[in-house]
Design a protein around this ligand. Structure first.
Ligand SMILES: Nc1ncnc2c1ncn2[C@@H]1O[C@H](COP(=O)(O)OP(=O)(O)OP(=O)(O)O)[C@@H](O)[C@H]1O
Ligand SMILES: [Mg+2]
Length: 235
């Protein structure tokens, strides 16, 4: 293997080889998709409703399995992960959804800290990391509040803090601004871009043309499960 090939391999954070996903016989949510995403890239995923964006994200953190093809995430073949491999993968992948998925009975601090306690951080260590993370998203003053008492933008920032507190190698954000107004959307996206500039590889599904126009990063376009465009970053 040449030095070049070796570098490409170690820099690939995500690789899909001819991946198809079918939930029901005869219909495909993804169809023969091949993609490579390199360390530190911030990549957008676009396409109409039903095109397969969420399905692609789910395959990357092993919430679904592909029907065909191979998927490498952080050097691991996720199609072959066993019971212990899946949580190990998820500890290194942060996920943000459109509908936040915060735990209503837990405070902001607890919501963000749970992920750290799961990986074995002490209570004290978790506290200080959570505080630093909440500060980064501008919500340290809300740490003892419950999700229901926060605005949509604040809740989404908590969800982002939770996804980033473990310093994941990969951040998957599925329409993270889908429920937010234009100004809050940009605030969230700036935080996501900030994570990318710190070295986290980021994949963001979005419909929002304002966001695509503002960041002009590499953009993957899906249509009915097929990858129809892979547009590089533009100045
Ligand atoms: N759990 C499921 N069972 C059966 N079909 C599913 C399931 N999840 C998704 N699908 C189907 O797979 C296709 C792709 O769905 P997916 O949610 O990935 O699209 P999407 O691009 O995320 O759409 P949206 O922009 O509306 O979120 C759709 O036809 C959808 O109906
Ligand atoms: Mg979706």
């Amino acid at each position: 293997m040449s030095a070049d090939t070796e570098r490409t391999q170690s820099d690939a954070i995500v690789r899909l080889f001819h991946v198809s996903k079918s939930y029901a016989a005869g219909s495909f949510a993804l169809r023969d998709v091949s993609i490579e995403i390199t360390k530190g890239e911030m990549v957008f995923l676009t396409g109409p409703s039903g095109a397969g964006k969420t399905t692609l994200m789910k395959l990357l953190f092993a919430a679904e399995r592909p029907s065909e093809g191979q998927i490498l995430v952080l050097g691991r073949n996720v199609t072959r992960l066993g019971e212990r491999g899946i949580p190990a993968l998820r500890r290194r992948v942060g996920v943000v959804f459109q509908d936040f998925k915060l735990i209503p009975q837990r405070t902001v601090e607890e919501n963000v800290g749970l992920a750290l306690r799961v990986v074995g951080a002490s209570r004290r260590e978790a506290r200080s990391k959570v505080f630093a993370m909440l500060k980064r998203v501008g919500l340290q003053h809300r740490r003892f509040h419950y999700p229901a008492s926060l605005s949509g933008g604040e809740q989404q920032r908590v969800a982002l803090a939770r996804a980033l507190v473990n310093e994941p190698a990969l951040l998957l954000a599925d329409e993270p601004t889908g429920n937010l107004d234009a100004e809050l959307s940009l605030e969230i996206m700036d935080l996501v871009a900030g994570a990318a500039s710190r070295g986290t590889t980021v994949l963001v599904a979005t419909h929002d043309p304002t966001i695509l126009e503002r960041y002009r990063r590499r953009t993957l376009h899906l249509e009915a499960g097929k990858l129809t465009d892979d547009r590089p970053e533009s100045p």
